[in-house]
Design a protein around this ligand. Structure first.
Ligand SMILES: Cc1cc2nc3c(=O)[nH]c(=O)nc-3n(C[C@H](O)[C@H](O)[C@H](O)COP(=O)(O)OP(=O)(O)OC[C@H]3O[C@@H](n4cnc5c(N)ncnc54)[C@H](O)[C@@H]3O)c2cc1C
Length: 403
């Protein structure tokens, strides 16, 4: 079939790569003048690597990623070590894949390379999809330029401000979360030796939390500090001075202040989210990634969810255009519960754990201290150890496959 993908982010490229491998002809529309991703960091749990492996790019992503030794939470004011999850060989054996951190471009580039090497994929830049019209049994995709593309199916992978979602769901603009994140990436050689570690460290305080980890094969350190400050305007990548960041976190633990003091070229974003959906398909049109289920980044799973969508979509995609609507309805039915759970977990992690206020901080700390290594692994099994998105139609519906 001929399938159009609106959006050339992680979700869009992953869908194109996965579907082309199944023999479909793909057109990826990217509104920007070129394909690319910013240099900040991203965490990839084993479920994300399982999806990348299915798409044939896990090795390339692993080559530039840092396999961390553990994930640690510390108290942002006292510095106390509250909880740690070792992501060692035993963890890898349990979940099948490693936990690693990468520079975004090191995740994006292998997906882009896979698409560029595939003759079935046409990559178009400066192509802004503004809507669609059903043209049974397929769809007509409408571009801002006035051009229209006839396709058997349309995949809306156009992010949290999706134009395809605007038409399909009609829920308007994203909801501003009131949380501001400041991000910077610095060279590791600027970081004193005693502050370097092969781990993801999260400092949880009262209305803010701070995350840092190495990226770019360990050559850089990713810094991201978020405050629940009630911001009302959605801001994306606005430059802020070093002083603003340091002054905003005066009472933080000295180690936090030391790391913040190393940051340069800080930028800030005000995070957004959207209500959870049960169904995000409309005939031969379906949403994936942030267009379908955007989430606050507090479970570090948004990209992995997009990759899981792509793998399952490739598994479910039929070869005849008459069955596309059914397959898309099935995709959203199969994904909605898991996506909603991860969206909910992300929000609650922010509210109850990372930004616990006043006396709730002591309760939070006591709760975190109570976890053993085994408890943590058991609690994360559904998330990090998921495999169901790799099941083929034949595995899901043996009777249908047999007939
Ligand atoms: C601060 C922060 C930290 C994060 N950390 C993590 C993490 O550690 N781990 C993790 O798994 N996830 C993380 N995430 C989430 C992750 O970044 C997103 O879930 C993921 O990038 C979503 O990819 P996407 O392709 O769906 O959307 P996007 O990345 O938004 O891509 C959409 C693409 O579509 C293009 N586009 C938009 N509209 C149109 C249109 N109408 N027509 C054509 N093109 C269009 C855009 O230019 C863009 O290229 C984090 C997010 C944030 C904000």
């Amino acid at each position: 079939m001929r399938i159009v993908v609106a959006g050339g982010g992680i979700a869009g490229l992953a869908c194109a790569a996965g579907l082309a491998r199944m023999g479909h002809d793909m057109v990826v529309l990217e509104r920007r003048p070129e394909f690319g991703e910013l240099g900040a960091g991203i965490q990839i749990a084993p479920n994300g690597f399982r999806a990348l492996d299915e798409l044939g790019v896990a090795e390339a992503v692993l080559a530039s990623s840092v396999r961390v030794d553990d994930l640690t939470i510390r108290d942002g004011l006292s510095g106390e070590h509250l909880i740690g999850l070792r992501t060692d060989a035993d963890y890898e054996a349990t979940f099948g894949y490693p936990y690693a951190v990468v520079q975004r471009s090191d995740l994006y580039q292998p997906l882009l390379d896979a698409c560029r090497q595939e003759a079935r994929i046409e990559l178009r830049t400066g192509a802004y999809a503004v809507g669609y019209a059903h043209q049974l049994p397929g769809v007509r995709v409408i571009l801002q330029s006035g051009e229209e593309l006839i396709a058997d199916a349309l995949i809306g992978a156009d992010g949290i401000r999706s134009a395809i979602r605007r038409q399909l769901v009609g829920d308007g603009d994203p909801v501003v979360s009131g949380h501001t994140i400041y991000r910077a990436v610095i060279d590791m050689e600027c970081v004193p030796l005693e502050l370097r570690a092969t781990r993801v460290t999260l400092w949880a305080a009262e209305d803010w939390h701070f995350v840092h980890y190495p990226i770019a094969g360990g050559a850089k350190l990713n810094l991201a500090i978020t405050r629940d400050d009630g911001a009302v305007d959605a801001i994306s990548g606005e430059a802020v001075t070093d002083r603003v960041v340091l002054d905003s976190f005066r009472h933080a633990h000295p180690e936090v202040r030391q790391l913040l003091g190393l940051g340069r070229n800080w930028r800030k974003w005000v995070l957004c989210s959207r209500p959870r959906l049960d169904d995000w398909s409309d005939g031969a049109v379906v949403l994936v990634g942030d267009a379908a289920h955007p989430m606050l980044q507090y479970a570090a799973q948004g990209a992995s969810m997009a990759l899981e969508d792509a793998v399952l979509l490739a598994r479910l995609m039929p070869v005849d255009v008459q069955s596309v609507s059914l397959a898309f309805a099935e995709l959203s039915a199969l994904r909605s519960e898991r996506a909603a759970k991860v969206q909910w977990v992300s929000e609650e992690m922010g509210r109850q754990v990372y930004h616990a206020r006043d006396r709730a901080q002591a309760d939070r700390n006591a709760w975190l201290r109570g976890f053993t290594e085994q408890d943590l692994r058991a609690a994360l099994g559904w998330l990090h150890g998921a495999t169901e998105f790799t099941e083929s139609v034949a595995e899901r519906h043996p009777a249908r496959a047999a007939s």
